[in-house]
Design a protein around this ligand. Structure first.
Ligand code: C5P
Length: 401
């Protein structure tokens, strides 16, 4: 969720500021790029140098900056605000909350906040009576009404020696709150998606198999983008050299069509969307030799085949609420054959790619597809990278849902 995100942390002057280096670290460990701004009083509680070191970015605290030669320039709060995918004000003191709620702008944190168009998360921190005060409540209500997310203060021992609500949420809780919030904003939040990808290898003997040229890339891109849209993704992959960068995707490696079928059936019941992007072998050798076949040993060098389960057609028979998307790779009469497959396998939609198009299909980084839906008919797309094709396909699925 946070990988590659630009996160701007605004720290105001409360004792809880001492916890913010840890917050920076958690965001960095999650793969985000982090920038920090401080109010003057915050810099008495936490060192800008610590924050600059951990965030690997300079930490401005005033409107102007001075270089080694003493030349003065302006700290561009507008570009800082626009850079951010989201802003976190933590700790937000009663003073900063009140100023944010009323558009005051007498420090760098406040002007940056006023320039920000991104989602803003606010983690208040103060003594319990200040937190309970009507004016604090009014500020928080106003900020919530602006559309900002308030991360509730936690209960416990406070710097005053009193105990109660007012502690800044622990850094781990701030991160979890933000991740959950961002997930809720996503179109596939709460949805479970299964994607099959790659070829299957059907063994003949311990060293030989029947396979195909599928690289798996299309399926991997579809899985990665589904995860970006907030889905819980299971990727069931035949043998490929690809790795999944997104650690939230559960990848299950399989070899044969029978193994792929078994893995799919284990997850299908609880899933919402199934995408069959794998190039599953239609047949497998009837007999798998225990030892490597010697060329001299075969009187009759033929391989007898039996049919593999058609995974997606099987799902078409047992499906309930699930959305089923298949792929069809045809060498001729693409539309006709695709339409037949859509119907015979009881799918909702099918992605047609033709081997007649150069740069499309197996072994290419690009693909040219048509999306054929039972409900919405045919839509054609130009040749694009498989990453871009995955986005097109998901946009079509979202329309269908
Ligand atoms: O019938 P054909 O193999 O052309 O259909 C392609 C679609 O069916 C793809 O979505 C593929 O993943 C799926 N399929 C399957 N099991 C098979 C063969 C194909 O799920 N044994």
């Amino acid at each position: 969720m946070l990988r590659g995100k630009n996160i701007l942390i605004g720290i105001s002057g409360g004792i809880a500021a001492y916890k913010t280096p840890y917050l920076v670290r958690l965001f960095k460990l999650a793969g985000a790029d982090v920038k920090v701004i401080l109010t003057d009083s915050a810099s008495q509680f936490v060192s800008p140098l610590t924050l600059a070191t951990l965030s690997e970015n300079p930490v401005p605290s005033s409107f102007i900056k001075e270089d080694d030669q003493g030349a003065i320039s302006w700290n561009n709060h507008v570009s800082l605000a626009l850079w951010a995918d989201f802003m976190v004000v933590a700790p937000a003191t009663a003073n900063t909350l009140s100023k944010m709620a009323h558009g005051q702008s007498d420090n760098l944190l406040l002007v940056t906040y006023l320039s920000a168009k991104c989602p803003v998360f606010i983690a208040p921190a103060m003594d319990l009576d200040m937190y309970k005060h009507k004016s604090t409540k009014e500020s928080l209500d106003r900020l919530a009404a602006f559309g900002h997310a308030i991360i509730p203060a936690e209960e416990g021992l406070l710097a005053s020696g009193l105990s109660g609500a007012g502690r800044m949420a622990e850094p781990e809780h701030i991160v979890a709150f933000i991740v959950n919030h961002l997930k809720g904003l996503q179109p596939l939040s709460g949805k479970r998606v299964i994607v099959t990808a790659g070829p299957t290898y059907e063994p003949i003997d311990p060293v030989r198999f029947i396979g195909n040229h599928s690289s798996g890339l299309m399926g991997y891109e579809l899985a990665e983008y589904a995860s970006k849209l907030g889905a819980e993704v299971v990727l069931i992959s035949g043998p490929t050299s690809l790795v999944v960068a997104d650690e939230t995707i559960k990848k299950i490696g399989v070899g044969t069509a029978v193994e792929m079928n078994k893995a799919v059936l284990a997850y299908f019941e609880a899933s919402d969307i199934f995408i069959g992007a794998a190039a599953v072998a239609d047949y497998r050798p009837t007999h798998v030799y225990d030892q490597k076949i010697k060329k001299e040993s075969l009187a009759n060098p033929n391989i007898e085949l039996i049919k593999n389960p058609d995974i997606i057609a099987g799902l078409g028979k047992i499906r309930r609420h699930q959305f089923l998307l298949g792929f069809a790779l045809e060498t001729q009469d693409v539309l006709n054959n695709g339409t037949k497959k859509l119907q015979s396998k009881n799918l909702d939609a099918i992605v047609l790619n033709s081997l007649e198009d150069s740069g499309a299909g197996f072994g290419h980084k690009t693909n040219k597809v048509q999306f054929l839906s039972k409900k919405n008919g045919l839509k054609s797309f130009p040749l694009k990278s498989k990453k871009a094709v995955a986005i097109d396909i998901w946009n079509e699925i979202l329309k269908e849902l």
